[in-house]
Design a protein around this ligand. Structure first.
Ligand SMILES: *[C@@H]1O[C@H](CO)[C@@H](O)[C@H](O)[C@H]1NC(C)=O
Ligand SMILES: *[C@@H]1O[C@H](CO)[C@@H](O)[C@H](O)[C@H]1NC(C)=O
Ligand SMILES: *[C@@H]1O[C@H](CO)[C@@H](O)[C@H](O)[C@H]1NC(C)=O
Length: 422
């Protein structure tokens, strides 16, 4: 073959491979019925949704729907009655926001004695849980069809911060009649809050206290090779994928999620392999053995990954390369057209004027200590920045560890109490 033909061949081949992989990670599999999974031995908890699962453990949850200014329909949950709280609810309400590729279920996967949603509502706070656009609870829109309209998937943390977070805050405040709430965000859940403060003047003032758990902004020091490679690949192939109609990735019910869910509960051996996968994904050097129990491992893969857009994943790929916390980089020429500058504009971190408590781990391979410390140096109102004492505390531990009650909850509770009115 001539080199030109060889090149064409290569491009074709790579495109086909990309599309094949794209479909595998996106395409909904034949939905396997719940009864079938139960008979195959999947743990019951992995098959339940938020209301069912909290209900099983004696908590009563409500489901709420919120429509954003740009038409996305989001699902929120509120724990209306906690099993171990017998007093009047503490005010103001607390809004708990999951991380990338998660849903509200990630706060309950580790069970009643460890899931932060249980611990916080047992301490009598009026707890609300958000779900951002694109995950399986928030995959709706007033006129776009996520299965047909590519436009639905044209979002990254920018839109989540501009529309989803403000809409959820407004909804909770309207519903409860309070003027402010306390916000807890894990990883992306904090990053999108920072975007909101930068892009939506006034919204920061609706929050009394922000608790950033392993907050993700700039991620140039991220150690996880898998996460780096995965997101940077999405950044490279976003155009090719979209040509073939692949805009959604790693959704629940997709081949990838169904496969890990099946694989992780198949046998003791594969289950241990899944624990290793979590460790490798998070951090390569020193796993925090036993922190995430084998039961939790099986349950969490029933709810994770929960889906997002290729565009959002691509933006994470960019954030591993840039030492700035900035908007999507479309390349110099396109940036000039879109932003009027060759470099994407920065998010204004000085606009996060609300008091911030930050809690982060030394063994976090996704949001590195150096990047958290950089972020804290940029925020104008950090009241305390707490490095978790446990030296092996990882990223995934925040939502899934069995030790949250002793390691991070006391600090969270101390500050929620301090910022409780009446
Ligand atoms: C959760 O499951 C219950 C019971 O099957 C169902 O009524 C409810 O609609 C489900 N909620 C969501 C958000 O899927
Ligand atoms: C779960 O983990 C514990 C301790 O880590 C171990 O003793 C137990 O055998 C494991 N159970 C299964 C089913 O693998
Ligand atoms: C960033 O936000 C702060 C606080 O709202 C404001 O004083 C400052 O002018 C903003 N900076 C830019 C570049 O917009």
């Amino acid at each position: 073959m001539t080199s030109k033909r060889l090149n064409t061949f290569n491009v074709l081949f790579i495109s086909l491979a990309v599309v094949a992989v794209g479909y595998v990670i996106r395409t909904p599999w034949l939905p396997i019925r719940r009864e079938t999974k139960t008979s195959m031995g999947y743990p019951e908890d992995s098959l339940m949704n938020f209301t069912e699962l909290t209900g099983k453990y004696g908590y009563i949850s409500e489901e709420h729907h919120v429509i954003t200014d740009d038409g996305y329909i989001l699902t929120m949950f509120r724990i209306a009655k906690a099993k171990n709280c017998h007093k009047r609810k503490r005010s103001p309400p607390v809004l708990l926001m999951h991380g990338l590729l998660q849903s509200s279920d990630s706060w309950i996967d580790s069970g009643p004695n460890a899931g932060l949603a249980y611990l916080i509502s047992d301490a009598c706070y009026d707890l609300w849980l958000g779900n951002v656009r694109g995950n399986y609870y928030s995959r709706g829109h007033v006129h776009l069809n996520p299965d047909k309209d590519a436009e639905y998937w044209n979002f990254y943390i920018e839109e989540i911060g501009m529309y989803d977070v403000p809409a959820m805050i407004d909804y909770v405040l309207d519903y409860t009649g309070f003027e402010k709430l306390n916000y807890i965000g894990f990883s992306q859940g904090t990053g999108t809050f920072l975007v909101m403060c930068s892009e939506r003047p006034g919204y920061c003032d609706k929050v009394q206290l922000v608790i950033g758990l392993a907050p993700a902004a700039r991620q140039i020091n991220t150690k996880s090779k898998i996460f780096r490679t995965l997101t940077q690949t999405f950044d490279k192939v976003e155009g090719a994928l979209s040509m073939y109609g692949v805009q959604e990735v790693l959704c629940k019910g997709a081949f990838s999620q169904e496969f890990v869910a099946y694989f992780c509960q198949m046998s003791d051996f594969t289950e241990r392999l899944c624990e290793t996968i979590i460790d490798v994904f998070d951090h390569v050097e020193s796993p925090h053995s036993g922190s995430i129990t084998n039961e939790t491992t099986k349950v969490l893969f029933g709810h994770f990954p929960a889906g997002t857009s290729v565009h959002n994943m691509a933006r994470y790929g960019q954030s591993m390369k840039s030492d700035r916390f900035e908007k999507f980089n479309y390349g110099k020429e396109q940036n000039l057209v879109i932003y009027g500058s060759e470099q994407p504009p920065l998010y204004n971190l000085s606009a996060t004027t609300v008091p911030v408590l930050c809690i982060y781990g030394k063994n976090d391979g996704l949001v590195d200590v150096k990047d958290v410390e950089w972020l804290m140096s940029k925020l104008p109102n950090v009241i305390e920045s707490v490095k978790v004492e446990e030296p092996l505390w990882t990223h995934m531990d925040v939502t899934y560890s069995q030790y949250t009650g002793d390691t991070i909850f006391p600090k969270i509770n101390e500050y929620l109490l301090k910022y409780t009115s009446a």
